[in-house]
Every structure is written in C-alpha cells, then in structure tokens.
Write a protein that binds this ligand. Structure first.
Ligand code: C2E
Ligand code: MG
Ligand code: MG
Length: 562
C-alpha cells in the first residue's frame, strides 16, 4: 500500500496529525492546502518567519498575496488552479516569498494532490528555503551560516541563558592570499584553519564557516566551560605550529571578535552584528588579536554613524550648521596681530556643538571633508580679503586634511578660489593637519612645489605629536612649523622638553622657516616660552577662536585703519 493511498483514506484531522509529527524532524515548512475550500494549514514555524496570521488560513488566495513576491503570484495562482481543476496532481515550483521584514526569500515548493475522505482535493507538501540548502561547506566540511542561524534561533528560543560565548574568527590577510596565490591557495588556508580550530576546541562547542574567511565558534553550554581568550590563544599557537611544520611557506594570522554576555532577548541578527563589530574592532586595532564586544564602544560607533548621516544631510543643505571661527595669531616680537587660523565648527539639533576632534575624522573617512574643505577655503579667503583692509599684511591659515591632498585637485581648487575672491596668494597659509603619515609620493611633492611657486605657504601643524617631525618638515618644505599645545605643556612642566623645543626652534630657523607656538594660555607661560624664540604665538592668552563678527569687533575695529 502506498503512502498516498494511506493518506487518501484519512480525514483532514488525521492527515494534520501525521504532518505535525513529520514536521518535527524536518527543516522544511510542511503544509496542507485544501484546494476545494481554499484553506491553508502551515507549520507554526512558518508563521514566525513569514507574514501568516495563524497556522490555519481561510481564504488562502488572499493571504498568499501578502506572502508571495508580487511578480511571482500569477505563476503560482495558475499552477494552483491546475491542481484544483485536476489538470495536475504534482506541484513543484521555485519562486519567491517575502519574510516578515519584507525581504525576499527564494523557496522551493513541492507537493502532491490527495483526495481526502470528504472528497476535497488536498495539496500536501513542503516548502524549503533554497538559501538554507547551503548548510554545509564542501571546502572545510563545516556547517555554514544558514545552519548557524537555525541552531542559534532554537537555542535563543529555548535556553538563551546556557550560551557562554560566540567567537567570530577572521583571517587577517585572506584577500591578499587569494589575490597573490590564487583561490586554490585560499581554499587550502580555509581548510587548514578549520583543522586548527577543530583540533583546539572540544566537541561540546559548535563550529561553523560563515561568509568568505570567517568562522564562528558557539559555546552553548554543552560541555566544560573554557575561557574564550584561552581558546583564541590556542588557535593562534596551532596556526603557528602548522606554519612551522610547513617551513613557513605561507604565514597568516587571525583576529577574533567575542560576545560573552547579553544573549537573552536577542535575535540572531543582533548576535551576528555584535560579533562582526567586535571582529572589525580587532582588525582596526591592528589585527592578530581578540576583542570582546563592548556595548559602550558599539554605541560610540553607532553615534558616529549617526553623526555621519547628519553631516551628510547638512552638507547637502548648503553647509547648514557649519561655521568658521577665527583665532588670532600674533607676532612674538611685539604681539601685533598678523593673522588668524580658521577653525571649523559644526552644530546640529540632536548633538548640539560637536567638537572638531569628533566630526573632522568622520568628515575625513566619509570623504565629506572634500566639499567641506572647499567651503572652509572659500569662506576663509573671503574673510581674509575683507580683513586685509584693516591690516594689509594679514594672513589666514586654513587647515587641510590629507584626504583633500590625496583625493581632490587642491592646486586647482586653491588657484580658482584666490583668483575669484581676489586674494593675493601670500595671504593664504595651508596648515597640514595630520592623522597619519602622509606618503609623500610624486604627485604630492609636485603639489607642494606648485604651491610654493605660487607663493602659497605651507605650515606643518601639530608639531611634536604623532607623525609630525623634522624629516617631514624637510619633505613638505614648510614655511611655518606650528608647535602643538601638548608639546608646549610638556615643556612648561619639565626642562628636558623645554630644551628640546628650544633646539627645535633653532633648527627650524637655520632651515629658513619660522615657528608659531600654539596653546599659550597664561602670562607666565608666555614669558617662559618667549625665551625659546618663537616667531608667532597663537593661544587663548591672545584670544580664543570666535565667530567672524566678534573677531572683527575685538581685534580689528580697534586698529586705526581702514
Ligand atoms: P589645530 O589645527 O592644531 O588647531 C588648534 C586647536 O587648538 C584649536 O582647536 C584651538 O581652539 C586650540 N587652541 C588654540 N589655542 C589654545 C589654547 O591656548 N589652549 C587650548 N587648550 N587650546 C587651544 P579646535 O578648534 O578644537 O580644533 C581642533 C583641530 O581640528 C584642529 O587642530 C585641526 O586639526 C582640526 N580642524 C579644525 N578646523 C578644521 C578644518 O577646517 N579642516 C580640517 N581638516 N581640520 C580642522
Ligand atoms: Mg591648525
Ligand atoms: Mg595645531
């Protein structure tokens, strides 16, 4: 007797019971569609993933309209009509559904029409998600992301408190291996790494291969607890031993992101996001290390994303919320005003005044510094032109980010700006602010030369911090060196740094450049630092950065001209 004939002798309730039992051992979504009365009975788990209101749906044709991808609906309806009319007894169709979030999911639906005891034509079958088929990986023999998601979903539902940690592991230079040695070498590395991980952890944890070069270790409390840091170190050692045994023919390192708390009430999506963030942090911090997910760092990251979005909006609304402040620069000889540094400010409704230390890096990494840099240049040039009526030798210092140097045509922008504003080039000083060492390639050297030949001066900013040093001074051939406040503060505290500054200033002078000392706040600081012989001073003692109108009132309208 065939299964079909058994089913044919059963009532709808009996068939439902059989299906429910089978459902427990299947990942597919089993269903019964009573074609005669247009009623659909579907597995409960399908109602969680797809927008079915309940497990029994009357007026199925209508409901399917909200589950089936709109342009696939006609095809499905035609096929079901054939099953209803008796033209077809077998249904097999691959098409798309929409999940509860409205995302497209490819499904394969297979079913057979059975005539039930009441004479109704029943289509009995199962829907499988096609993406979920990729549950095992042929390269490493491990289970894949789809399997991880399913496993994690049930763990989170049934016993979230038992999860100890999730560790996401990524190869630090996988792209390079693939590019330099080919995809086969890449596959070999994946196999090797899988082997190392399997050797390291015991069978109580689950290992999955996620996308590309990433693996996930899930300790869901099935065995003896092992601290994730120890697991990671052991994996590192195991990789090193493998490399050694192969006489270092290939070497790679791995980073890891770990999530140790916060499992209850979380979705798999969130866990994926948190572990991905922690792994990226490990890579950002220099790779070959493990980073634990930290909520605070994540929130800062989210805030930066938010800031980036708001900056983008403000830039596209004609630089809404941006303003230039100006800080006086005085001659060290007689404290006469000789120029000002243009300092960018940004405020917005949500965050209020945001510090340049926060928003400038966001502008840089998003590339928005290019339009904003133009805005700064033009505003500053116009202001300087105006202020030269008060002080003919006045100069304006504008900060330039390395991103602008690399990614925009600075020479062209600067030339156009001073030409159209009518500013003489000697009045403009470009300060190179540094957040990383500038690779002074030929193009950049050419730019420095061009600027010099047009009488536009460069200033080396932040001297005494990070990458800003004497070698760099020579490379960019800067007219001015700006000694950073942090260096000045050190010099005020100890004699050693004081002597260093003093010698640096001598050296800068012997190279034919001048020094602007930044960050002088008090009279005593001024008198002490004056003995080191700077040429210019900029600091709160002579004036804080202020809006243009206030600067005019405070520092310019008190002079004799115009
Ligand atoms: P920077 O170019 O070195 O600017 C000097 C910074 O020191 C300014 O901070 C200024 O307000 C502060 N400062 C000046 N004198 C004193 C003092 O006596 N005491 C103290 N404690 N601080 C003093 P600000 O305006 O917050 O700017 C920070 C940094 O942001 C700037 O450092 C510059 O690197 C960057 N930045 C500002 N505007 C722009 C811009 O338009 N473009 C680019 N690329 N970077 C900018
Ligand atoms: Mg500066
Ligand atoms: Mg500076």
């Amino acid at each position: 007797m065939s299964y079909l004939s058994i089913l044919q002798g059963m009532s709808l309730e009996q068939i439902q019971s059989v299906i429910e039992i089978m459902q427990q051992s299947s990942e597919a979504y089993m269903f019964i569609l009573d074609l005669s009365v247009d009623t659909y009975m579907v597995a409960e788990k399908a109602t969680k993933r797809f927008p079915f209101q309940s497990t029994v749906i009357e007026n199925c044709s209508e409901t399917l309209k909200s589950v089936v991808y709109p342009s696939d609906y006609e095809r499905l309806a035609a096929e079901l009509e054939e099953c209803r009319s008796g033209e077809k007894d077998i249904h097999a169709l691959e098409y798309r559904w929409l999940d509860r979030m409205g995302r497209v999911v490819w499904i394969s639906c297979k079913g057979t029409v059975v005539t039930g005891t009441e004479g109704h034509r029943l289509l009995i079958g199962a829907v499988t998600e096609m993406g979920a088929k990729a549950k095992a990986d042929n390269i490493t023999g491990l289970r894949r992301e789809a399997r991880f998601r399913l496993d994690m979903e049930s763990t989170l539902r049934d016993q979230p408190e038992s999860v100890r940690y999730l560790m996401r592991i990524g190869i630090d230079n996988f792209k390079e291996i693939n590019e330099k040695e080919g995809v086969e070498a890449g596959d070999e590395v994946l196999r090797e790494l899988a082997e190392c991980i399997i050797k390291t952890v015991d069978e109580s944890v689950d290992i999955y291969r996620l996308v590309a070069d990433e693996f996930m270790i899930a300790d869901t409390g099935k065995g003896v607890s092992k601290e994730p840091g120890a697991v990671y170190r052991q994996i590192q050692r195991s990789i090193a031993a493998m490399a050694e045994s192969k006489e270092y023919s290939r070497f790679y390192t791995v980073s890891a992101g770990v999530l140790e708390t916060d499992f209850s009430g979380r979705s798999v999506e969130e866990l994926m996001r948190y572990t991905e963030f922690a792994l990226n942090e490990a890579k950002r911090n220099g790779r070959n290390q493990m980073v634990s997910f930290d909520r605070e760092t994540f929130d800062v990251y989210l805030e930066r994303l938010d800031i980036r979005k708001l900056l983008r909006q403000d830039v596209s609304h004609d630089f809404r919320g941006f303003e230039l402040y100006y800080q006086p620069i005085v001659s060290a000889e007689d404290y006469r005003l000789v120029g000002a540094e243009a300092l960018l400010r940004w405020k917005n409704e949500k965050f209020g005044n945001v510090s340049p230390a926060v928003f400038i890096p966001v502008l840089e990494e998003s590339g928005l510094i290019i339009p904003v840099g133009q805005y700064v240049l033009w505003e500053a040039a116009k202001t300087c032109k105006k202020w030269k009526e008060y002080i003919p030798g006045f100069h304006i210092n504008v900060n330039l980010s390395y991103v602008q140097l690399y990614k925009s045509d600075m020479m062209h922008d600067v030339e156009r700006c001073i030409r159209e504003v009518g500013l003489d080039p000697e009045s403009l000083v470009l300060e190179l602010t540094e957040s990383g060492y500038i690779e002074t390639n030929d193009r950049i050297k050419e730019l420095f030369k061009d600027l010099k030949s047009r009488n536009i001066d460069l200033a080396l900013d932040d001297f005494g911090t990070g990458y800003s040093n004497m070698r760099y001074l020579k490379e960019i051939d800067a007219k001015t060196v700006k000694i950073d406040r942090s260096f000045v503060v050190q010099a005020l505290k100890n004699e050693y740094d004081y002597n260093i500054i003093s010698h640096i200033i001598d050296m800068v002078h012997s190279l034919g450049s001048v020094v602007c000392m930044e960050g002088i706040e008090e009279k005593e600081e001024l008198s002490k630092m004056m003995a080191t012989k700077p040429d210019m001073i900029q600091g709160y003692y002579f004036g804080k950065p202020t809006p243009a109108g206030q600067f005019e009132k405070e520092f310019l309208q008190t002079t004799d001209s115009p």
